[in-house]
Design a binder for this molecule. Structure first.
Ligand SMILES: Nc1ncnc2c1ncn2[C@@H]1O[C@H](COP(=O)(O)OP(=O)(O)OP(=O)(O)O)[C@@H](O)[C@H]1O
Length: 156
């Protein structure tokens, strides 16, 4: 059994409150590199980095698309968001229920569910077209939210 993981960082725009308080953006993404500079002397490297103006669609396409395609081959996949309060986990995962985001703003989970069921349907349709028995799919998914656990370090 092998396990492979990727780490990505997405930088969110400043919230209105932060702008009003005169906060400065302290991150700088190194052009062409998956690296974030924090202030002058701290550099962090990830597999992917998405700067402030990144679109949800781009994040999905780069980080999650292949995982869902892999599910059709029988692989398991996990997408895990972590970060401090207000850093943008809910927004990026698309699990806020109090807002109704535009299609463009839709996050990872609704995109993944859509991709999964579209993928199933198109594989079944294709089988019918060429006259073979439609494949059967069993879908099992989990969505967990861990919060406010002061003693739990999710970065391991
Ligand atoms: N990429 C983004 N573009 C625009 N707004 C964003 C982005 N990321 C986060 N936000 C906004 O920033 C605020 C905080 O984000 P969010 O609620 O997703 O944080 P969180 O990490 O889930 O926080 P908590 O741990 O407290 O639940 C929200 O108002 C959200 O809409």
């Amino acid at each position: 059994l092998g396990m492979h993981s990727h780490r990505m960082a997405a930088i969110r725009p400043q919230m209105a409150k932060e702008k009003i308080e005169g906060c400065h953006v302290c991150t700088l993404v190194t052009p062409g590199e998956p690296q974030v500079l924090l202030g002058k002397d701290k550099a962090f490297t990830y597999d992917f980095v998405f700067d402030i103006d990144s679109e949800q669609q781009h994040i999905y396409q780069t980080c999650v698309y292949k995982l869902i395609e892999g599910c059709f081959e029988g692989y398991n996949a996990t997408v895990f968001a972590y970060g401090q309060t207000g850093s943008g986990k809910t927004y990026t995962m698309g699990t806020g229920f109090d807002v109704n985001p535009s299609l463009q703003e839709q996050g990872i989970i609704p995109r993944a569910v859509h991709h999964l069921f579209e993928g199933i349907q198109s594989r079944r349709d294709r089988a019918q077209e060429i006259g073979i028995q439609a494949p059967e799919f069993k879908v099992s998914a989990q969505f967990l939210e861990v919060g406010h656990t002061k003693k739990f370090d999710p970065i391991f």
